[in-house]
Design a protein around this ligand. Structure first.
Ligand code: ZN
Length: 175
């Protein structure tokens, strides 16, 4: 995985670009949670489920079908979220699916089961530039954790910050 601090950056970036009638803050925050949810599957290690199993880490919970199902579930709360179902679905789908996409850029562990349940195979992108995050909090606060965070700053935080800043600068320029 990329770290739990970094996955929510993708939906936050979208939230900082969109207007509040399209993506109200409560929906943005929910989207940030959607980007973390796939990694709840680390509990599979405690349950003795093999990493390479479809129900193991980076298995079904990192798939596009899971992201679509999670987005559909959240659409049931469109009234409370004060947004259109289509916006809710698209945003939550992108937020949850972005998790697997970032993981597929990491340089360790097994790949991502993007196409579960149709295909259990694990996939990586060819450019595996992001340092894989250690699993577990204790190992995260280590020298290795610092290297991971530096890598995430470079490959995720910096591009996202550039997109948000660039967008708002252009917007104010053309206003
Ligand atoms: Zn993950």
């Amino acid at each position: 995985m990329a770290t739990i601090l970094t996955h929510p950056i993708i939906p936050l970036t979208l939230g900082l670009i969109a207007t509040r009638d399209v993506l109200p803050w409560r929906l943005v925050i929910l989207g940030m949670l959607c980007a973390i949810v796939p990694d709840l599957d680390v509990i599979s290690f405690k349950l003795g489920i093999a990493y390479e199993s479809a129900y193991g880490h980076r298995g079904f919970s990192h798939s596009l079908v899971f992201a679509a199902a999670l987005a559909s579930l959240i659409c049931l709360f469109s009234k409370q979220l004060k947004s259109d179902r289509i916006h809710i679905w698209l945003f939550c789908f992108i937020a949850a699916a972005s998790h697997g996409v970032l993981d597929a850029f990491t340089n360790g562990g097994l790949g991502v089961a993007f196409y579960w349940p149709f295909d259990d195979q694990r996939y990586f992108f060819t450019q595996r530039v992001i340092e894989v995050s250690p699993i577990g909090v204790a190992r995260f606060f280590s020298e290795r954790g610092i290297a991971v965070f530096q890598s995430e700053l470079r490959w995720i935080w910096l591009p996202c910050t550039t997109v948000v800043t660039g967008y708002h600068l252009l917007k104010s320029y053309f206003k």
